[in-house]
Design a protein around this ligand. Structure first.
Ligand SMILES: [Zn+2]
Length: 277
């Protein structure tokens, strides 16, 4: 019931109106969490615990799915940044500083609120966010049919989206197409390294069955170790960057990151052949 009321509020009140009210409400509530163990790299709040997140469906545990299973410390109690969002922020600051130093055009698909605000705050970034439905997004867009010409963007962030899309190859190809030669994309998905091949069955449409097989009611597949190959097949040069593994253990814990999560940094080489739409 509470979720239903929240949905109605989100649908009927513009995001710009309810967002500051929500932030103030969360700020007050977060005072109870103040401590020293965790630190949010977005709001710089320091807390004794974070908010839990994720799902407990058995498949997520059995297949050790990274990025979807239950986590005790998933979201910041103050700004609600998610672990996957904090990971992208820290990675960009540490390993992709170039995107803050030159004029770039950036597409953020299914934008996360805190990451969106952070990217927009940089004058050199010509920022655009897109989503099928999110009130946070600048435009409504289907990533299997991106409404921009070839080579329109220098950088694309698409975090935990592809697992929802029946024709993910088409979405990957579209992202590849609208990247400039020399541009890069971060394409994160929930993934199991204990399965060699992605589990995919588009005939499974019942939400309960999807929870059993893929670990979430609106996922259409569970990616396995072949994820990198799937990205390479549309033309990307892919680095599965073990950024988290390079951090000190106390920092992984402090920022509430998911151990074992790799960053899929997908580049379009200057020599890459243009794919037809
Ligand atoms: Zn925060």
């Amino acid at each position: 019931m509470q979720a239903y009321i929240k949905k109605i509020i989100k649908k009927s009140i513009p995001y710009k109106v309810y967002s500051p009210i929500l932030y103030s409400y969360r700020y007050v509530k977060s005072i109870a969490y103040i401590g020293k163990e965790f630190e949010c790299p977005f709001c710089r709040g320091r807390f004794d615990k974070l908010l839990p997140g994720g799902y407990t469906f058995p498949v997520l545990r059995e297949k050790n799915v990274i990025g979807a299973g239950y986590r005790l410390n998933a979201a910041c109690p103050r700004c609600f940044s998610a672990d996957r969002e904090r990971l992208i922020l820290l990675f960009l600051k540490e390993k992709k500083q170039d995107i803050f130093l030159k004029k770039i055009r950036l597409l953020h698909v299914a934008p996360e609120a805190r990451l969106s605000v952070f990217l927009k705050s940089h004058d050199n970034i010509d920022y655009l966010s897109a989503d099928l439905d999110s009130p946070l997004a600048d435009i409504k867009m289907d990533i299997t049919n991106i409404v921009f010409k070839d080579g329109a963007f220098d950088f694309i962030i698409c975090n935990h989206v592809l697992e929802h899309i029946p024709d993910d190859t088409r979405a990957m190809s579209e992202i590849f197409r609208v990247l400039k030669p020399g541009g890069s994309a971060i394409l994160q998905v929930p993934i199991s390294y204990s399965i060699p091949h992605t589990i995919e069955d588009l005939s499974i449409t019942d939400p309960k069955d999807r929870e059993k097989v893929f670990g979430q009611d609106n996922h259409v597949r569970l990616y396995g170790r072949d994820y990198k190959k799937r990205l390479e097949q549309v033309g990307f040069t892919v680095i599965a960057d073990n950024f988290i593994g390079e951090l000190a253990r106390q920092d992984i814990h402090k920022y509430g990151l998911i151990e074992g999560e790799l960053i899929y940094l997908c580049s379009k080489n200057h020599s890459s052949p243009a794919l037809s739409n």
